[in-house]
Ligand binder design. Structure first.
Ligand code: FMN
Length: 219
């Protein structure tokens, strides 16, 4: 009996491709306001039941170089896009050192990608409190248990800390001081719609003289 070949042995990875036929994106279709355009696509992703459509890759860059991870969008309005995290984490430290960052959404069922670049600030404590205390008790306990991104000796140690906290807190846990929200205020958006034969549509919005200007980019 021969063992199954790995993807690399069969070059299967290099052969993976599909045509993007879901739709097109033209200058006439899009809103002049990128937030409105984003909201339109975000709602379409929700209606299409894209799994985890609020998940976004957050790219930061600091003295150590670039770094990227997934976080969940928890709100958007004219001030920007926000998410919550442990601000003492690697991403938190990177953002405090360099507040320029980019968010990326990939809605594969719609052959769409959106990039949002901007400057990040910290949300005020009352907004972090409001969201923290709206979370299930288990999530609050986990946040209070974990110094995100720091090493730990074992899974058991984490679980023991969690149990100790949950024994003494049955309704809520005080929000850890460094746990809270970040807000990215966009100054650049890019909407990408996959097209047949890789001749994709890319429309980029940039702030010029205080207003949004749209430019088509080559795919
Ligand atoms: C789908 C998904 C959603 C996530 N949402 C969050 C989030 O909202 N906040 C967060 O701090 N980490 C979230 N994470 C975990 C992060 O990707 C990451 O592991 C963690 O924040 C530590 O990142 P850092 O060490 O770069 O700071 C999520 C991961 C996945 C896969």
């Amino acid at each position: 009996m021969t063992s199954p070949k790995t993807a690399n042995e069969t070059s299967a990875t290099a052969e993976l491709r599909r045509e993007y036929r879901y739709g097109a994106l033209s200058e006439q279709d899009v809103s002049a306001d990128p937030l409105q355009q984003f909201t339109r696509w975000f709602d379409e992703a929700a209606r299409a039941q894209v799994l985890d459509y609020s998940a976004m890759a957050l790219a930061t860059s600091s003295g150590d170089g670039p770094s990227v991870r997934t976080v969940l969008l928890k709100g958007l309005d004219p001030r920007g896009l926000r998410w919550f995290t442990d601000k003492g984490s690697e991403k938190g430290r990177a953002l405090r050192a360099n507040p320029r960052a980019e968010l990326l959404f990939h809605w594969r069922e719609l052959d769409r990608q959106v990039r949002v670049r901007g400057t990040v600030t910290e949300l005020p404590d009352d907004e972090s409190d409001a969201y923290f205390y709206s979370r299930p008790l288990g999530s609050q306990l986990a946040a209070a248990t974990s110094a995100q991104s720091q090493g730990v000796a074992s899974r058991e140690e984490l679980e023991a800390r969690y149990r100790t906290l949950s024994d003494t807190h049955s309704e809520s846990v005080p929000r850890p001081q460094d746990w809270g929200g970040f807000l990215l205020q966009p100054d650049q958006y890019e909407f990408w719609q996959g097209r047949e034969s890789r001749l994709h549509d890319r429309l980029q919005y940039q702030v010029v003289d205080g207003g949004w200007v749209i430019q088509r980019l080559q795919p």
